[in-house]
Design a protein around this ligand. Structure first.
Ligand code: PLP
Length: 417
């Protein structure tokens, strides 16, 4: 058995029932009710083709990669490197050599913080983020900033949950070392105007990292068109395995970056008098990777690409608009995040009901949503709420799912009414 085969679904035929049929996990009952999965923002479910790609690897040709001369190692290496090509194509990277496989978005951002940023950081330097960042795009910068007397500053967010571009522009200056911004907010659903932000930052010679964790599942991402310098993303949010992610970075930036972690697979030659390092991307891939997971990642992005990112975006846009309209009709419910350009995420609070109680009652109706601070505590502070409830959509969601959510929220209102 060789590497995974992905069955493409023609973009013209986006058919949500056909899509759902590829996700066996969705066809189950929870507490006697049909499962309504509205938590794809935390992690998406996996289509059969991804499960199969991982299983095929383990059943048919699994081995460690790169250093083996035997047949299985060659086959695993070929499939692993093909995944690099698939992931590169998915974000329109100029070369697969600009894709570094890592554990997650989180690890990708930590790599940039420690390998790209740290060597150039000094006292009073600044890393500019925004108030809508996930902790993954705040804490890694704080950790390195603290070591050098530098600081992390945040561009403001408006009451609708849009980035205040004038506010952001005012915060870019001679001591700004990097702008790090999310493509899509995991709480507000706001789609940030990355190409504009990149133009503003580059005009002052400041590089830009994009946290693409919530970008890749919802939008057609073209890193060349965005013009950014780094783009970090995770497989598990784009229908792939968990524990696998990628960093895209410009070749010349990667080439100048020192290793972040040391170990096997990232060296050219090791001796006790000194060690030399492999070229990127291997320089940043120390240790045995999740071979089957990366192969599953490749299958996931191929599957998503074949489905058509524009068709996915259109489907999810329709669902989001429908959900916003349905939820706005529920007395005492307040939407958090009403940006004009919004993708697949609807956050809300209800008068007199703690979000955790909303989550528990919804679960009793078979509706899975996320409640809490969503790893965005500064944003909770900005909106003066301790937590929100969040419904997030994937390719498999339908307007019936939104109706089930609205009906379950009616029950919440009656319980607390
Ligand atoms: N950034 C955003 C916007 C996210 O939504 C998440 C996860 O929810 C992350 C970063 C972190 O992703 P991971 O846990 O896969 O590293």
């Amino acid at each position: 058995m060789s590497a995974p085969i992905v069955t493409p679904v023609p973009a013209a035929a986006f058919d949500v029932e056909a899509v759902r049929a590829q996700f066996p996990v969705l066809a189950q009952q929870i507490r006697g009710k049909h499962l309504v999965y509205l938590d794809s923002g935390a992690s998406a479910q996996k289509p059969e083709v991804v499960v199969q790609a991982v299983a095929d690897c383990y059943r048919g040709y699994y081995s460690n990669i790169h250093r083996g001369v035997h047949a299985l190692s060659e086959r695993s290496t070929t499939a692993f490197e093909r995944a690099r090509e698939q992931v590169a194509r998915f974000v329109n990277a100029p070369s697969p050599r600009e894709i570094v496989f890592l554990r997650s978005t989180t690890e990708a951002i930590n790599l940039v913080a420690n390998s790209f940023l740290e060597p150039q950081l000094g006292p009073d330097d600044e890393i500019l983020v925004t108030e809508m960042e996930h902790h993954s795009n705040i804490v890694p910068w704080q950790l390195v900033a603290d070591r050098y007397g530098a600081k992390v500053v945040a561009a403001p967010v408006t009451d609708r949950g849009e980035l205040d571009l004038d506010g952001l522009t005012r915060l870019i200056h001679g001591r700004t070392k990097l702008v790090a911004v999310t493509h899509v907010s995991n709480v507000l659903g706001t789609i940030n105007p990355i190409a504009d932000i990149v133009r503003l930052a580059h005009a002052q010679g400041v590089p830009v990292l994009v946290d693409g964790a919530q970008g890749v599942p919802h939008l057609a991402v073209d890193v060349q068109a965005l013009g950014c310098d780094f783009y970090a993303f995770s497989a598990h949010k784009v229908y792939g395995p968990s524990g696998v992610g990628a960093l895209w970075a410009r070749a010349e930036l990667l080439a100048a970056m020192p290793p972040y972690q040391g170990g096997g697979g990232m060296i050219r030659r090791v001796s006790f008098s000194g060690t030399t390092f492999a070229d990127p991307p291997e320089r940043f891939e120390a240790g045995t990777p999740d071979v089957a997971g990366v192969i599953g990642f490749g299958a996931a992005v191929e599957w998503t690409r074949a489905l058509g990112l524009d068709a996915i975006a259109a489907h999810e846009h329709e669902l989001t608009q429908y959900a916003m309209a349905r939820l706005a009709d529920i007395p005492g419910l307040r939407l958090i995040g009403t940006a004009a350009d919004k993708a697949g995420v609807v956050s809300f609070v209800m008068d007199g009901v703690h979000p955790h109680d909303i989550g528990t009652i919804l679960d009793g109706e078979g509706v899975a949503v996320r409640v809490g601070h969503h790893c965005a505590q500064p944003l909770m502070e900005r909106f003066a709420v301790p937590a929100t409830a969040r419904a997030s959509f994937g390719v498999y969601n339908t307007s019936a799912d939104v109706d089930a959510l609205a009906a379950a929220l009616d029950k919440v209102r009656h319980w607390f009414g």
